[in-house]
Design a protein around this ligand. Structure first.
Ligand code: GMT
Length: 383
């Protein structure tokens, strides 16, 4: 098949999933075209089946805001036409689904059919999308897509609850490439960060309010009072200053390392003992799944799609959002009991294997075929 993938090229989960999916489809022989404003962070791989098309937004003094969506639409038309795409698979509804709809209509006026698949990722529904600023456009473009997927049951339900949806939504969960996480532990990194064999606790996110990273720091402070430990904070974002201030106020700065944005997250996870995810809302929690793939148990909130991956009392523990006392108690219990800890490590890994790329990617391929059959379309190359 000939597939155009549209995503945010950043470190965010939706961009990671879109890029890893595209890479895997290309390895399987499909022709994949990434269409976005910057080369995706995880597009670190060469294949004759992969292409990257940059969306350039020309500025003009009249514009306070340069119209990215229009530039994207025109690029989609251009790539779809000249590369003979069968599909546009857009990740994150805003503004990708409406740009794809517009491109589809332009192509239709020229006698060209293209299938549009929209994958909903989370904040495009739960936070930003349902805001009145975007809601009518999001509802319309979801309903007009040829196929819609959501990354968890929870997100599918949220979409039906928050929007007037007349289209079907298929749940295809996020995935990880489990082989990426089977590397030798980076002992030198462990020695440098935890020279006295302290337990290493990790959190990774984009430090937005929705992640409640301040709760991570509060939980860590309580763990650290009982267990010699260090906290690694991976990522960066708008709450960074407030998080740093809290670390200072709590007097735990010397135990916390801000590592910034990291590509080789599997290498860092390979030396960690526990992952903390305290989000207010989380459609899936890809970062928690990555931790589990590296045999790191997860202490998390019980919100959104997290309970679909982190199993309470098996792969980690779940608590109500903001219940930092219970999160810390569970973490201490787990880190203090080596037998239970080893069991949780194995359970986490077994659970992550259920979400391996090898198992999930065929679900997308089948979905593409299903849409094609429904629309009676000719694929340029059926694999
Ligand atoms: O969490 C973010 O702010 C980033 C966002 C994104 O679009 O990259 O993540 C969302 O999509 C990920 C991949 O599907 C999910 O694993 C995250 O749970 C989801 N974030 C939220 O729902 C807050």
């Amino acid at each position: 098949m000939n597939i155009g993938i549209v995503c945010y090229p950043t470190f965010g989960g939706s961009g990671v999933v879109a890029t890893e999916l595209g890479k895997a489809l290309a390895q399987k022989g499909h022709k994949v075209h990434f269409i976005t404003y910057r080369q995706p962070a995880r597009l670190d791989f060469f294949s004759e089946n992969l292409c990257y098309h940059e969306v350039v937004v020309n500025d003009y003094p009249l514009f306070d805001y340069a119209p990215y969506e229009l530039a994207l639409t025109s690029k989609l038309v251009d790539v779809a036409k000249f590369e003979k795409l069968d599909f546009l698979h857009v990740h994150y509804a805003i503004p990708h689904a409406s740009a794809a709809y517009f491109a589809k209509q332009i192509l239709k006026s020229q006698g060209i059919h293209i299938n549009v698949i929209t994958t909903l990722h989370g904040t495009d529904i739960t936070l930003v999308g349902k805001d009145a600023t975007y809601e009518p456009a999001v509802t319309f473009s979801i309903n007009e897509s040829d196929g819609v997927t959501a990354v968890s049951q929870s997100l599918m339900k949220d979409t039906f609850n928050n929007f007037d949806i007349t289209n079907e939504i298929k749940v295809i969960p996020n995935f990880i490439d489990i082989s990426r996480f089977q590397q030798k532990p980076k002992d030198y990194f462990k020695k440098a960060t935890a020279p006295n064999n302290e337990k290493l606790i990790i959190h990774t996110s984009n430090f937005r309010k929705v992640k409640r990273v301040q709760d991570v720091v509060q939980v860590f402070k309580k763990i650290n009072e009982k267990i010699d430990s260090k906290l690694l904070l991976v990522g960066d974002g708008p709450e960074r200053n407030s998080i740093e201030k809290l670390c200072r106020d709590l007097g735990v700065c010397d135990k916390i390392m801000f590592l910034g944005k990291q590509v080789a997250i599997e290498e860092i996870l390979s030396v960690c003992d526990l992952f903390l995810l305290t989000s207010e809302s989380e459609s899936f929690g890809l970062v928690a799944l990555e931790a589990m793939a590296a045999k790191v148990p997860v202490i998390s909130s019980n919100t959104g799609g997290i309970p679909e991956i982190n199993i309470h009392g098996t792969t980690g523990f779940l608590s109500d959002v903001g219940n930092v006392n219970e999160m810390a108690e569970n973490a201490i219990r787990l880190l203090s009991d080596s037998v239970m800890f080893a069991q949780f490590q194995d359970n986490a890994y077994e659970q992550a294997k259920k979400f391996d790329l090898e198992k999930i990617m065929p679900l997308y391929e089948n979905f593409y075929r299903e849409i094609c059959e429904k629309n009676n379309c000719q694929e340029t190359s059926i694999i």
